[in-house]
Unconditional design. Structure first.
Ligand code: SF4
Lengths: 425, 468
């Protein structure tokens, strides 16, 4: 009888494409005497067994063993393959429990509790990280407020086009963001009070607040111009005219008369936004001053640890907020307050508004009509995952998309039927 | 890694302080192992001795085990690393291997489209903080389910030299394609096909994605593949919208948290997320583009080590690569550059003198804007402790006194014939005080250095002042 080499076997195997079925790897060009038994040790058990069976079968049936190698019945060979078994395991999710929680703060007041708003917004109340609803229920999902200014402001083209018709009139502007863009709240920035801009007197500036309170029935946030001397005086006056409305007064900082703002809020039933420059210790200090020195109730404080735009310090802003929130959940009461984000800052990044890259080496930056809103969305959603309870934003598309995501991660959405992407054309 | 103190590592080192690893002492080396700025293999004496002595070999093995990252590191292609993470929150240490971004082509796309998409992946670059952000690889999807057709496209794509993910649930397709590409990531083994996929992976020694929404099944698959030493990536299935997306978020977080805090060694693998799933939604194209970017961003922040995406529109890529750069920036290293004086585009005695801060992001933005504007100039870099212009002006790190000191140290006055300093628009309020301090005329430049070119064209050289 002739010799059958492994090469021959290999050829036969590949012809019938059963090499895979066996789970047997055949290498080399070892010769096998069909009449005798091969030296098993020399060629390895697995290989040897296969060869042995083939050889035996060949002896029994006589050459060739075409029939035997029909793909549907390589029974002899198959029995000897290493049986692959699934190792059955159970996934036990690691349980995380926190001792602390975030204070719940109410913005706006309805008739029932002394205001004139149609509804209120509750911020905070978390007992776990944002959207970890599998750890514990999240009582209040983040809200979105849209920025309105008391005078026309320079805005990137992509944003400006949505506000061109209302820029001269803060009431219309406020109505538009609520009716058309679905804002949960309105932030009216009294920037005209800035001594370097119009230097509008305080008494005149606060009229806009009264008008906006008439124009819209959602909770409102009132911002100053950022002037350290004038803002405390301004916000004190705002607190007076908006008595009982639980307005969020934005903002008190360490380098201004925070005490004055804090007292006004306490006296007239408002909420203070405590703003620090991305420093967790300053935030603790300012919060403590407002709570301890002023005696502001714990349910009347929101903090703004500073929002930096995507690409321009977002990493600091993110980690700063995440650290603060984790500290709160671990029981640090000085940091256990809802967080606000000036997400509009995203538009300060040139990537959000410039038509094209000023750099020759860059690939195209693409359409700014989409790039801009996406820049704001990504800035917002990143910080949402760190801690944010209320966003201040500008582009209507950004607001809509972020809202959708908040509702989705908050577990408010139904099942959506979807194909598997693998074979989608 | 398991160890928490350098002492535990030190105990197993040769303790000769020979310095071959580049550190003065074994203790210092141990500290660098701990923060992952050095590898055990860098201790050459240990590696050498391990070859001769069984006892040392044991030590080496133990050290490697002790210092292995919490999440397995998996290599795709030649050297693209994914996974290897240690912590859940970046401020606890840092994240290590940035989420790898793969973009798909399918075997039913026409050749032109395939080439165009591959070229985009290869060529994309965006300047950011002194370097270019780029894309990682190409995922070839079998839609035809025809092994020959798939293999043909894989062969073509592999010519672009990028790491590759092979996407097909049909083992025949994968098997065929493997002839044309080195060390791709195989996608995917699931409850139905895992035996065949495992055989292929064992034979070809390639990493495999195991896929299941059911985390018991996912864990079982991972444990089984790991037993045969196949590098594993987990795909808990990305559902793009509604309740499904919320559940996806939950699965990803539970997996990573259980791996790190729960020390579950079956599922301590890199995680794959597929924002491309957004393209299976019933929605218009713009909605899909936005939603794909949203899903990608969500999971760049939360634990995805590798992603498959579809949109190659630059306006969706840019936010994604920028976010990835931010999240994976090492928070331990201050992002500062050396203060001093930089000569840009061979300036001469009439070139403008400008100033910025040593915050890396600010500095590189200004520097690259000047470079590409073609204008030449002297750029003073002020040490603000790594703060940007606006913050340092407000916070008192950008002061007239410090500017004066910097100008004296760099002797910039000897390099130019004029006496004009251009300051950033965001430092405008320092203009007067600065003029008093340094005795130069101070010009307020644009607030964004992207506009420097136009600004210089209009304002440089400065118009002669009319003297009366
Ligand atoms: S090379 Fe090894 S033995 Fe030498 S100093 Fe470094 S750690 Fe110590």
């Amino acid at each position: 009888m002739s010799k059958l080499t492994f090469e021959d076997i290999l050829k036969l195997l590949s012809k019938y494409n059963i090499e895979e079925l066996e789970g047997v790897e055949i290498e080399g060009d070892i010769e096998i005497e069909i009449e005798g038994l091969p030296n098993l040790q020399a060629i390895g058990m697995e290989l040897g067994m296969a060869a042995y069976h083939l050889a035996r079968a060949a002896m029994m049936l006589g050459f060739p063993f075409q029939q035997l190698l029909q793909p549907q019945k390589p029974i002899e060979v198959k029995q000897k393959e290493e049986e692959l078994e699934l190792i059955k395991k159970k996934f036990e999710p690691y349980k995380v429990e926190w001792s602390g929680y975030v204070e719940e703060v109410q913005l706006g007041a309805t008739k029932k509790d002394g205001g004139t708003r149609d509804y209120v917004i509750k911020l905070g109340g978390e007992k776990s990280l944002p959207f970890y609803i599998f750890d514990s229920e999240q009582p209040n999902l983040p809200a979105i407020s849209i920025d309105v200014f008391d005078r026309p402001v320079p805005l990137p083209k992509v944003v400006r086009m949505h506000y061109e018709d209302v820029m001269e009139n803060p009431e219309d502007w406020a109505k538009k963001v609520v009716k058309e863009f679905n804002a949960d709240a309105v932030t009216i920035h009294l920037i005209s009070t800035d001594p370097l801009l119009d230097d509008t007197p305080v008494n005149e500036a606060v009229k806009v607040v009264e008008d906006v309170l008439q124009a819209v029935k959602c909770p409102i946030i009132v911002g100053g111009s950022g002037n350290k001397e004038k803002d405390p005086i301004l916000l004190e006056k705002v607190a007076e005219v908006a008595e009982g409305e639980r307005v969020l007064l934005a903002s008190a900082t360490l380098d201004m008369d925070w005490e004055r703002i804090g007292r006004a809020a306490k006296e007239h039933n408002h909420v203070v936004l405590a703003w620090t420059q991305m420093d967790i210790n300053s935030q603790r200090t300012l919060n403590r001053y407002l709570l301890k020195k002023v005696g502001l109730p714990r349910d009347s404080l929101v903090m703004d640890p500073t929002t930096a735009a995507l690409g321009y310090g977002l990493d600091y802003a993110f980690s700063n907020m995440e650290r603060a929130r984790i500290a709160a959940l671990k029981g640090d009461e000085d940091l256990a307050f809802p967080v606000s984000s000036g997400t509009t800052n995203a538009w300060g990044a040139r990537e959000a508004w410039m038509k094209e890259s000023p750099l020759e080496g860059d690939s195209s930056w693409g359409m700014r009509e989409h790039r801009g809103p996406l820049w704001e969305i990504v800035t917002g959603l990143t910080l949402a995952l760190a801690a944010v309870d209320i966003f201040m934003m500008m582009h209507p598309v950004s607001v809509a998309v972020l809202k959708e995501l908040i509702q989705t991660l908050g577990g408010k959405k139904e099942e959506v039927e979807c194909e598997d992407w693998i074979a989608v054309v | 890694m398991k160890v928490k103190s350098p002492l535990e590592i030190y105990k197993l080192l040769p303790q000769t302080n020979c310095g071959e690893c580049g550190f003065d002492t074994c203790m210092s080396f141990a500290a660098h192992i701990l923060d992952r700025s050095a590898k055990i293999e860098d201790c050459k004496p240990l590696v050498e001795q391990a070859k001769k002595s069984k006892k040392v070999a044991e030590k080496l093995k133990k050290l490697k085990e002790m210092t292995a990252p919490e999440i397995d590191e998996v290599i795709i292609g030649k050297d693209l690393k994914i996974g290897g993470e240690e912590v859940l929150h970046r401020h606890e240490l840092t994240f290590f291997n940035p989420t790898a971004l793969f973009f798909d082509v399918s075997d039913i796309m026409d050749e032109k489209t395939i080439d165009e998409r591959c070229s985009r992946v290869v060529e994309y670059k965006k300047f950011y903080v002194g370097r270019y952000l780029t894309l990682d690889g190409i995922a070839v999807r079998s839609v035809s389910n025809n092994p020959d057709k798939f293999a043909e496209v894989v062969k073509k794509v592999s010519g672009y030299g990028k790491p590759i993910v092979l996407i097909s649930l049909n083992p025949d397709c994968i098997k065929k394609a493997l002839d044309f590409v080195t060390n791709p990531l195989i996608y995917a083994a699931n409850e139905e096909n895992w035996k065949e996929m495992l055989k292929i992976a064992k034979k070809n020694k390639v990493p495999v994605v195991v896929r299941s929404k059911d985390l018991d099944m996912l864990k079982s698959l991972a444990a089984t593949f790991k037993k045969y030493e196949v590098p594993v990536v987990l795909d808990p299935v990305t559902e793009p919208a509604g309740r499904g997306l919320q559940k996806t978020f939950e699965r990803v977080i539970q997996i990573r948290r259980t791996a790190i805090l729960g020390q579950d060694k079956d599922i301590n693998c890199p995680i794959m997320v597929t924002p491309i799933s957004a393209w299976a939604m019933k929605a218009d194209e713009i909605a899909k583009i936005y939603w794909e970017t949203v899903i990608a961003s969500l999971f760049i922040v939360k634990y995805a080590d590798i992603m498959i995406l579809h949109s190659l529109e630059p306006h969706t890529i840019m936010p994604i690569v920028t976010l990835r750069a931010n999240i994976y920036t090492d928070p331990r290293t201050p992002v500062q550059v050396e203060p001093g004086l930089r000569a840009i585009n061979n300036p001469d005695r009439n070139s403008p003198v400008l100033i910025t801060t040593n915050f890396a992001l600010t500095y590189y933005t200004v520097e690259s804007d000047l470079q590409s504007s073609g204008a030449s100039g002297w750029l003073l870099v002020l040490d603000t402790g790594g703060l940007g212009v606006e913050v340092s002006v407000a916070g008192g790190q950008f002061t007239p006194e410090k500017v004066k000191q910097l100008m004296e140290e760099t002797k910039v006055a000897e390099k130019v014939d004029h006496r004009y300093l251009v300051i950033p628009g965001l430092a405008a309020r320092l203009q007067g005080a600065l003029e008093d301090e340094i005795g130069w005329k101070v010009l307020v430049g644009p607030t964004d250095s992207g506009r420097l070119k136009a600004w210089l064209e209009e304002n440089w050289p400065p118009k002669k002042e009319i003297k009366n």
